[in-house]
Design a binder for this molecule. Structure first.
Ligand code: ZN
Length: 307
């Protein structure tokens, strides 16, 4: 059964989208030169007059895939003459919820070589608007536009089929993005396992007894590879801090205060500072650990001002 919307969309098929859109400049050597240099295309028929004369082309031709360059708008905007009807069609699809867009394919067919001095223009026609399709991106409708490239005598030089998908954007996930996982190693796993168990553990050299953080395999004092851990009291002071505003990563709330906390035991660690307005955080302020469970896998120590 055809819906009212299907009928309204079908009415666009076969219609020209607006007046002919004429390229700013005729096909010319300097633009060909820029293009082939950028692409690294060394075919001599594009720039070398003698080689081009000796070829099947009997003279210089423009690279076929430069087609769109000859009618492209420059950096300085000029009024569009061609797109009025497609704009109207896209607005209709937007209003029906198909507000996201992705280009899906582009096919070019060349009828003859384009040569310096040709002056190209395009005439665009809406070829088809599909019924609603289920795609990996969501439900949507394919809009196919045929763009005919003509020369100064209105003779066709190429055709381009350009297809886009206008689709319904997926509903935003209500659930918050998960906090990034730590990169676990043999050396640091104890710290995160400890946090899960509600313990703030510090790595200790088994040979000289010195504490170190962040965890690493070798004692910087005596070079011993042997270590164990001790449980910290969880009390410390703010040694330094920053308040992050940008860039904003989805899993976090901003402004995001991050402290370098000096523990009573002497080691320092980087951690969220919670329970205080960022503007009220002071260097030297006493803080105490608590454990914040973000999900089944991840619990991290955070620090809250004392008193
Ligand atoms: Zn040591």
């Amino acid at each position: 059964m055809t819906s009212d919307l299907d009928q309204r969309l079908k009415a666009y098929e076969g219609r020209e989208v607006g007046p002919k859109d004429v390229g700013v400049d005729p096909v010319n050597i300097p633009m060909i030169r820029h293009w082939v240099e950028a692409m690294g295309d060394t075919n001599p028929v594009y720039l070398d007059e003698d080689a081009a004369q000796a070829s099947v082309h009997d003279g210089i031709v423009a690279p076929p895939v430069m087609l769109q360059a000859w009618v492209m708008r420059g950096i300085k905007p000029r009024p569009a003459t061609g797109g009025a009807l497609t704009d109207e069609l896209y607005r209709l699809l937007d209003a029906e919820g198909f507000s996201s867009v992705v280009a899906t394919n582009c096919e070019q067919e060349y009828h003859r070589e384009v040569r310096p001095g040709d002056h190209l223009a395009t005439i665009a026609t809406i070829e088809s608007v599909s019924e609603e399709k289920q795609t990996a991106l969501g439900a949507g409708r394919f809009v196919t536009t045929r763009i005919r490239y003509v020369d100064q005598n209105d003779e066709p030089v190429a055709d381009m089929l350009f297809r886009i998908l206008k689709f319904r954007p997926p509903a935003k996930e209500a659930q918050k993005a998960p906090r990034p996982r730590p990169a676990l190693t043999q050396d640091n796993a104890f710290f995160f396992e400890g946090a899960k168990a509600g313990k703030l553990l510090i790595q200790r050299c088994a040979a000289c007894g010195k504490l170190r953080h962040p965890p690493r395999p070798v004692c910087p004092h005596c070079r011993s590879l042997d270590w164990d851990t001790v449980e910290a009291s969880g009390r410390g002071t703010v040694y330094s801090f920053v308040v992050n505003h940008y860039p904003q990563v989805p899993a976090f709330d901003y402004p995001l205060p991050v402290g370098l906390v000096e523990l009573e035991e002497g080691t320092r660690l980087v951690s969220d500072i919670v329970g205080i307005e960022p503007a009220d955080i002071k260097v030297g302020m006493p803080v105490e650990v608590e454990f914040e469970r973000f999900d089944d896998e991840l619990t991290l120590p955070v620090f809250r001002p004392v008193g």
